[in-house]
Write a protein that binds this ligand. Sequence first.
Ligand code: SF4
Length: 273
Amino acid sequence: MQRQVARTIHDYEMFGGEDRLLLGVSGGKDSLALWDILTELGYSVDGIYLHLGIGEYSSESLQLTERFAASRRLEMRIIDLPVDYGFSIPQAAAGQSRSACSVCGLSKRYLLNEAADGYDVLVTGHNLDDEAATLLGNVLTWNTEYLGRQAPVLPAVEGLVRKVKPLIRVAERETAAYAVLRGIEYEVEECPMVAGNTVNRLKERMNLLEEQSPGVKQQFLFGFFERGAEHFGAGTKPELGSCLSCGGPTTGAVCAFCRVRDRAIRLPEKGDA
Ligand code: SF4
């Protein structure tokens, strides 16, 4: 695992020893295993935990992350969505036509990017299964915009920090095994809002294909990076303006996070009336 991650960092020139690294940590096996691996490889990495306000699940994940960081004396910050922004993911999801996971995903991207201000690189724990399933979803819907943005490294552009995914060669089962072998306690419960998560459904399908044709996930994902991505404008910089509400990067007038937040905060008032 450590060699695979080191090779991925090297091959995709993700970062060097001088870079200031921030890792998004969720309390799950992938991000904690990656924190452990990067530390073992000699990198100094701070963690950022996003408290999404998903009941017990969020509280437990936070405890596990704090315990991990304390046991290794790692620096960790917390962004508390309900406290800092006034709404939780369940609240936001209740008022949207989007799925809970879509609202959650865009919120996490926004908050992680904000948290990474002052860092050179934002590191995430997306693994082979996550990326192969996401790619399959984007191909099934021919979402050419997302296909053009799926890459092991997303370079920094105005307002957006550089993002890297060092776990893309490692399967979910391997990060689980690594965590157990390294004595890492991680959140084993699934998020209660996961029902309807498209990526999870596609992961199950990909696992069936992998059983019949071992290696197919790797071939699919890395074949895309090597021979497919260029056809979807990979590497072209998105044209971004500034959000009228928060000033963050956006392709529209007001960014998706501000629209979600405004709607979530306004909802209870509507109910009261
Ligand atoms: S399952 Fe969905 S709602 Fe739950 S943490 Fe993951 S993305 Fe967010």
